[in-house]
Write a new protein. Structure first.
Length: 458
């Protein structure tokens, strides 16, 4: 049986392929779950089994955005500790986060995913690392929310085993033991990870950060991930305090510490990587270790400016991340395109730091690289999965900007007319197709209030 086709034509197309091919007016043909053709002008004549034609006049078509780092549960703790640096912010919020349960996490994940999907994200990642005892099936709640929304998803199954009594930041009742963390992570991989090219759900092994995990959890986590053939994720080099912490506790900086525990390699990506010297960047480039760049969160927590231009020059795979919405309240990835460009231009490279097209690449193909999925997503090319976004560019916000890529990256957040994941619509005319946004908003508000009451009660 022939695959049904969707034809999108008369739109500008930014393919983000290796040559950065663009068409001022082009077309894309989707057959089933994958892209059949892309090119200049209208779609070819004589196509059969066309179930939908989309006139993209006034629009830009790009690959779907790929979010490489997030903490969905934080959706219900937005707007708190707004004037804190990272360590103070964590100390302020861990006692609240340690009281989350399954209904809270599901509502928070639904809110996080809805906001991202509505803004052009077709592949999302959640680094969930808070597993209080008796809280229910938190991993299942997050994965279920992603399936309902319709986006492609990676759960970075996090863990913490270093509580306050062991010199860590989280309270003791918010951490697992080493054996509990490893066993639960392996069970999550076995239950949910899909290694196929079309996978909608994948799992990564993701101990939280050097100041909340033991060295043994890092080492055994890396061994577990490689035994299971899945990727590894953690936070790295986010703040000056983290570097000091590692030197005091381990006698070396974060990058050397990670390398000593098996945590550099082409199957690893780390969030933030703000405070990295030349040798650190060279080590990431040499080993193919990826970076999730989170410019808004880095600014919100006064962490600093990551050296993204230098990372790219060294061959480091770099994608973009929303980060948790307790440190990036907007919860949208398409705003990170703009912020990545602007914030990096405040660094040493100034106006030559990043171009609009490099920013778009970070948010699409770069993210696919970081997640190890660049063969199937991240660019608009025949044979790849039909994860596509059609952005409206003819409204007041963008109509006077001749270059549609510059309009998307530098202009206001562009409306999404259509977003496809594997050829299936998840957004139509700015509204989600799979879930009721208003119901999601109500549930998130109710669970945020319930969490606040629990935290206040102690």
């Amino acid at each position: 049986m022939a695959a049904s086709r969707i034809v999108i034509e008369n739109c500008a197309v930014a393919t983000v392929d290796a040559a950065d091919t663009e068409y001022a007016s082009g077309h894309v043909v989707v057959a089933g779950t994958r892209i059949e053709s892309v090119g200049a002008g209208p779609a070819p004549d004589g196509l059969t089994d066309v179930v939908r034609r989309v006139d993209g006049t006034g629009h830009l078509l790009t690959p779907g955005l790929v979010n490489t780092h997030h903490h969905f549960y934080q959706w219900i703790t937005r707007g708190l500790a707004t004037d804190h640096n990272l360590f103070d912010w964590l100390v302020a919020l861990y006692p609240t986060w340690a009281r989350i349960d399954e209904p809270m996490v599901r509502a928070a994940a639904q809110g996080s995913l809805a906001m991202m999907a509505r803004g052009g994200v077709t592949t999302a990642t959640d680094h969930h690392y808070v597993y209080p005892r008796g809280a229910g099936d938190l991993s299942g709640a997050v994965i279920g929310a992603a399936a309902e929304t319709g986006v492609r998803f990676t759960l970075a199954r996090g863990s913490m085993d270093r509580g306050a009594s062991d010199g860590g930041l989280p309270p003791d009742f918010a951490v697992e033991t080493l054996d509990e963390a490893l066993a639960a992570t392996e069970e999550t991989v076995d239950r949910y990870h899909d290694a196929s090219p079309d996978a909608m759900t994948q799992v990564a092994v993701a101990p939280c950060s050097p100041f909340s995990i033991s060295t043994e959890l890092l080492k055994q986590g890396a061994e577990l991930a490689r035994r299971k053939g899945v990727r590894l994720h953690t936070h790295g080099s986010e703040t000056v305090q983290e570097e000091q912490f590692c030197k005091e506790l381990f006698g070396m900086g974060p990058t050397d510490y990670f390398e000593s525990t098996g945590w550099l390699g082409p199957d690893v990506w780390m969030a933030h990587c703000v405070h990295m010297g030349d040798a650190d960047i060279a080590a990431f480039g040499r080993t193919g270790t990826g970076v999730a760049h989170c410019p808004s969160s880095n600014a919100r927590l006064a962490a600093g400016i990551a050296r993204v231009p230098d990372m790219l020059a060294a061959g480091v795979p770099v994608g973009l991340g929303v980060d948790g919405t307790a440190s990036n309240e907007s919860g949208e990835l398409h705003t990170e395109l703009r912020n990545a460009l602007l914030i990096n231009r405040l660094g040493a490279h100034r106006e030559s730091a990043l171009t609009a097209r490099q920013a778009l690449r970070l948010g699409t193909y770069g993210g696919a690289q970081v997640l190890g999925r660049q063969r199937d997503i991240g660019s608009v090319e025949p044979g790849k999965l039909a994860d596509l976004v059609l952005w409206r560019m003819d409204t007041l916000a963008h109509s006077s900007i001749a270059d549609p890529v510059a309009a998307l990256v530098l202009g206001a957040a562009a409306p999404v007319t259509l977003s496809l994941v594997g050829g299936a619509p998840v957004v139509e005319d700015g509204r989600l197709t799979r879930v009721d946004e208003d119901a999601v908003a109500r549930a998130a508000r109710a669970e945020a209030r319930r969490l606040a009451r629990h935290a206040a009660a102690g």
